[in-house]
Design a binder for this molecule. Structure first.
Ligand SMILES: Nc1ncnc2c1ncn2[C@@H]1O[C@H](COP(=O)(O)OP(=O)(O)OP(=O)(O)O)[C@@H](O)[C@H]1O
Length: 736
């Protein structure tokens, strides 16, 4: 880690030297000639004609751009001298590393069938349950995992279930639970308390599973489902528990809290225990909570509950968990073609102190099935072009294409999610047609209604491009530290919308079933392959079509080979393919704040990209709040980058980052100066789990910065792996 900081410091120094060499040595005649040449070729071409002359800076001074060694420098117009505070504006398309072309290698992908042709009514379940599924919910066929799991679970066997994302694992456990509870001779009564416990890693997933049970229970209204999760009021949850809940869906932290603190919650009747996204729960450090829940069950239940563990990806940790939680389990792995029935657990009752006795000898251990109808792409874009490429992709898919797409963009940190959502809403969400904007300027705001956007004079001036007025793109954000109400609203709004963009952290990567998502964009790479699998799994669900796009920088190109090793096959998308639609829709791009400024229609996709980048930079320059968000986003990006796992660091090296270029990708004209502190802090605590920096008004302490967004609404569950900057690790007890 220290090496990383040293490297990043060197990088920064080298960057300063490079910049000063390029821009500040003017005594030399050759450099002046070069300066003029570059000025003509690059800056004039890319920038000065597009939007920036003249322009007022935030202090109200008239500024103009002068070219300097291929980089543009904003100077004080009145003196025509470069000021100390002048900002170097680097050109988007210069000094970038070469983009490698990676030919698609032959990858023998792992495939799974989704549907079986069998119907729910063929199962030994109540006819009302089958008709509810088929007629009310429209599920005419069983999925493969349902066909394999439901009969086994109906025989009251424990099971470890693995099948690809979106293959219907929720119903695979929910149907047997409902069937067994409705079939009880002594009818279930609400005040009996819980018969089934379902543990999931995130609040959204808890709500989603709860919703599934609500729908399934429509014909059996005497069975009551309930949900316990962080962020909700404990008091309200307690009163619900007092009234009685028979199927309890919960996040582990909050469940443990109630087991300890809520006397009305008793577990004596629990017959089912489901641990969904089991590997994720372990990854997030919930092993202790799960152990405590198991111990509570052991002490309260006369008979061990039937236990089911599920995920699209099962890790070594799950082997360990299965050994302590499952009794003589069935292993159901859809991609293997056959259920794996092999070494059985030595334990007859779940007991947390028992030594692991079972080894999951699974074929294709590290290879994961991806829905066959999912088309996976990657794009290699130089760091400076990341922001504008993402914007171009979003505009292309959500504005210029019909029908407009529904897109999820995964970004590693909360500050970065917040920044991108705000910036895109600000710049792209409010975009105005050139002609509209000019008319507005000529006639004033109130004339807006009368504007004829197809005015031919304007068409001539702006390249004769006529575009129909397009729908604005809707932007949403989701991350762990958002207030629960807001989080829920985003979730339901994005569920309901037919198009729009959701910026989110990995809090939305697992289990979420957001309908009709067309594209998954991974703007920051996940590092671990399992995370890649779960992120792309938010599209192409239950046999529907889907696409994914992974953003990589040239230095990260080796990640494609890594994915190939896990039998994941991707196709390269050209940068020009993404940028071209900007040019084709140039009149639809957002316009400069200063409508009096001179314009020339961009003629190439590079010019179009530069034009759009300028709008972003202008927004950051002119808006203090946005500037601060950009700074925080930048810092959190570096911090996130420094915390890839040891293995991933082979590819994602923080020392490969060019800070000036990273700044550009946050629309900043220079890198924030306190970056050393950021990296030093992130470096001192080797972190296994992904945690984000929440958007905040004040600079965050290290502790705040590493709070888990998955927390159940209490303190971080990850304190044990956090270290104080420069200090020794101090074991801490979790506050609830
Ligand atoms: N038999 C079926 N026929 C059609 N659609 C189904 C069927 N079973 C489930 N679905 C739908 O498929 C979608 C995915 O189901 P679910 O969320 O249970 O998948 P999953 O396997 O748990 O995915 P993940 O691994 O991502 O959590 C849901 O919208 C669900 O309603």
């Amino acid at each position: 880690m220290d090496e990383d900081f040293a490297n990043i410091s060197l990088n920064l120094v080298a960057e300063d030297i490079r910049e000063s060499k390029t821009n500040k040595i003017h005594g030399n005649r050759t450099s002046r000639v070069q300066q003029r040449k570059d000025a003509k070729n690059e800056s004039e071409k890319e920038r000065s004609n597009l939007s920036f002359t003249p322009k007022e800076d935030s202090a109200g001074r008239k500024r103009k751009l002068e070219s300097d060694g291929g980089e543009s420098v904003a100077t004080d117009r009145s003196t025509s001298k470069k000021r100390k505070s002048d900002v170097v504006i680097s050109s988007l398309f210069r000094k970038n590393p070469e983009i490698p072309v990676i030919s698609s290698s032959e990858v023998d992908t792992v495939t799974e069938n989704v549907f079986t042709g069998d119907a729910f009514k063929d199962l030994p379940i109540h006819p009302f349950l089958a008709s509810n599924l088929e007629e009310k919910q429209g599920f005419t066929q069983l999925t493969e995992v349902q066909k394999r799991s439901i009969p086994i679970l109906l025989q009251r066997k424990d099971a470890l279930i693995k099948s690809q994302t979106g293959s219907g694992k929720t119903l695979a456990y929910a149907v047997p639970i409902v069937q067994s509870l409705q079939a009880r001779k002594l009818k279930v009564r609400r005040d009996d308390g819980p018969y089934a416990l379902v543990i999931v890693p995130t609040r959204e997933l808890a709500l989603q599973s709860y919703d599934t049970f609500q729908k399934l229970l429509k014909p059996f209204i005497w069975i009551v489902p309930g949900c316990l999760m962080g962020g909700e009021k404990r008091k309200a949850e307690k009163s619900r528990l007092r009234k009685g809940v028979n199927i309890l869906v919960a996040t582990p932290g909050r469940l443990m809290d109630h087991i300890k603190m809520t006397s009305v919650l008793h577990l004596a009747r629990i017959q089912w225990l489901v641990i969904d996204e089991a590997d994720r729960l372990l990854e997030l450090g919930y092993e202790r909570d799960i152990s405590q829940i198991m111990n509570a069950l052991k002490s309260q239940c006369p008979d061990p509950p039937q236990t089911v563990l599920l995920s699209a990806t099962l890790s070594e940790g799950v082997e360990r968990l299965s050994s302590i939680t499952l009794n003589d389990p069935e292993h159901i792995s859809v991609s293997d073609g056959n259920d794996i029935r092999e070494q059985k657990s030595a334990h007859s009752v779940p007991h947390v102190t028992s030594p692991p006795g079972h080894v999951l000898e699974e074929k294709n251990d590290n290879n994961f099935a991806v829905p066959s109808q999912l088309k996976q792409f990657f794009i290699i874009t130089p760091c400076k072009l990341r922001l504008v490429s993402l914007a171009a992709m979003v505009l292309w898919k959500c504005k210029y294409s019909k029908p407009a797409s529904k897109v999820i963009v995964f970004i590693s940190t909360q500050d970065s999610v917040h920044f991108h959502c705000k910036l895109f809403s600000e710049v792209l969400g409010k975009s105005r047609n050139i002609k509209e904007a000019l008319k507005k300027l000529a006639f004033g705001e109130e004339e807006e209604e009368d504007v004829d956007v197809g005015d031919s004079d304007d068409d001539e001036r702006y390249g004769n491009i006529r575009q129909p007025k397009k729908e604005e793109v809707k932007f949403y954000q989701l991350y762990g530290d958002m207030p629960q109400k807001e989080r829920q609203k985003t979730f339901s709004d994005f569920t309901a919308t037919t198009s729009g963009v959701l910026f989110c952290t990995d809090v939305a990567a697992r289990g979420l079933d957001l309908p009709n998502v067309d594209w998954i964009i991974q703007f920051t790479s996940p590092g671990a392959t399992v995370d890649y699998i779960h992120r792309v799994g938010r599209t192409a669900r239950a046999g529907t079509k889907g696409h994914s796009l992974l953003f990589l920088m040239p230095s990260e190109a080796g990640y494609i080979q890594e994915l190939n090793k896990h039998k994941i096959s991707l196709t390269q998308m050209e940068l020009s393919t993404v940028l071209q639609p900007l040019l084709a829709n140039i009149s639809d791009l957002p316009q400069p704040d200063d409508l009096n400024s001179k314009h020339q229609t961009p003629r190439t996709h590079e010019e179009a990209a530069t034009f759009l980048q300028d709008r972003f930079e202008e927004c950051i320059l002119n808006d203090k709040e946005m500037h601060s968000l950009a700074g925080k986003g930048f810092q959190s990006f570096i911090r996130g980058y420094a915390t890839y796992s040891k293995e991933a660091k082979e590819i994602f090296k923080v020392s490969d980052l060019h800070l000036g270029h990273v700044a550009k990708s946050f629309a900043l004209r220079e890198a924030p100066t306190n970056v050393h502190n950021v990296t030093a802090k992130s470096g001192s605590g080797q972190r296994k789990n992904k945690k984000d920096v929440r958007p905040s008004k004040r600079p965050l302490s290290f502790k705040q910065a590493t709070l888990s967004e998955y927390s159940a609404g209490f303190q971080s569950n990850n304190k044990k792996i956090m270290a104080k900057p420069g200090g020794k690790r101090k074991p801490k007890t979790r506050k609830r």
